[in-house]
Design a protein. Structure first.
Length: 82
């Protein structure tokens, strides 16, 4: 059985991968120099999104658990959660 923390990290990594890839591809297609070299830029964005996704997913997963915040910090919130 997979632990809850592992599931949260997997889900967080998938979300982070989608966001990084989407932002990267839109950037590649909007910048003329990168669009001219899309043959190399889009695979680079794909690799970057797969490499950064586990790290960002771990960061997101830690923030999803109340035990990592403490109840008072969770009630108060922060810059990201509001």
């Amino acid at each position: 059985m997979i632990s809850t923390d592992t599931w949260l990290k997997i889900i967080g990594a998938m979300m982070a991968n989608a966001i990084v890839f989407g932002v990267g591809v839109v950037t590649v297609l909007m910048v003329p120099w990168l669009a001219d070299h899309a043959k190399y830029s889009i695979p680079a964005v794909t690799v970057i999104s797969f490499v950064t996704a586990p790290f960002l997913g771990a960061f997101v997963a830690d923030r999803m658990r109340i035990r990592n915040w403490g109840r008072e910090k969770w009630r108060r919130g922060d810059l990201i959660s509001g």
